[in-house]
Design a protein around this ligand. Structure first.
Ligand SMILES: [Fe+2]
Length: 213
């Protein structure tokens, strides 16, 4: 099945598709400039990037933030219906919804755990271990803002402005510090500065929609 078909089968709003495609092109940028001796399964990394937020529709605040839908705002009733259907099937927890969708699609445990290890709450663990696919995916997600690419600092600020309670969690400062450490670790494996990831230098590439999984 192609990624494009999966995005149709479990309808993913275009902005969320763009987010996952952006994370994927950051992983491609990292692959192109990888000088580490580790041989990584880049195809698996792409797949994880393209599927990591599949269930997010269950927590999209379409009532207060219809602008999230971009051009699809005119079809808001359709997306509200999709959200309702997904909540009914998978519940309101976006992580559980993503996991249920990936299990329904018979993805292997390795890919599913790769996706679940890449969250902000895991950043200390990500920094401390040697799991490069997770480090790369976590970092790529951390450079992706709602409407394009940004610095890690911009992404952290954006996340807090969207979810102010995030900054109140006990180990928030440590989690942020660990994220910057992960950035250094990834940087050390590349032949190009990570500051080269900008909206001018890289763009969404729809070729990834054709990947067969
Ligand atoms: Fe994401």
């Amino acid at each position: 099945m192609k990624i494009a078909e999966i995005y149709q089968k479990y309808p993913v709003p275009p902005n969320l598709q763009e987010h996952m495609l952006r994370v994927c092109v950051v992983t491609e940028f990292i692959q192109k400039h990888w000088k580490g001796i580790e041989k990584l399964d880049w195809n698996m990394i792409y797949q994880a990037a393209l599927l990591h937020d599949m269930g997010n529709i269950v927590r999209l605040d379409l009532e207060n933030h219809p602008e999230f839908l971009g051009k699809e705002q005119k079809n808001i009733a359709f997306w509200q219906e999709q959200k309702k259907k997904n909540i009914k099937r998978f519940g309101t927890d976006d992580h559980k919804a993503t996991e249920s969708i990936l299990k329904e699609l018979s993805f292997n445990k390795k890919l599913i755990s790769l996706i679940f290890d890449m969250g902000f709450a895991n950043s200390i663990k990500i920094k401390n271990n040697n799991n490069w696919p997770v480090k790369i995916l976590y970092y790529a997600d951390s450079r992706t803002l709602p409407r394009g690419f940004g610095t890690l600092k911009e992404r952290m600020e954006e996340a807090v402005s969207r979810r102010p309670l995030l900054a109140k969690i006990d180990d928030f400062d440590e989690l942020v510090a660990a994220s910057f450490e992960v950035e250094k670790q990834v940087q050390n494996k590349l032949d190009i500065p990570l500051s080269e990831i900008t909206n001018k230098s890289i763009r969404i590439n729809k070729k990834f929609l054709q990947i067969k999984v």
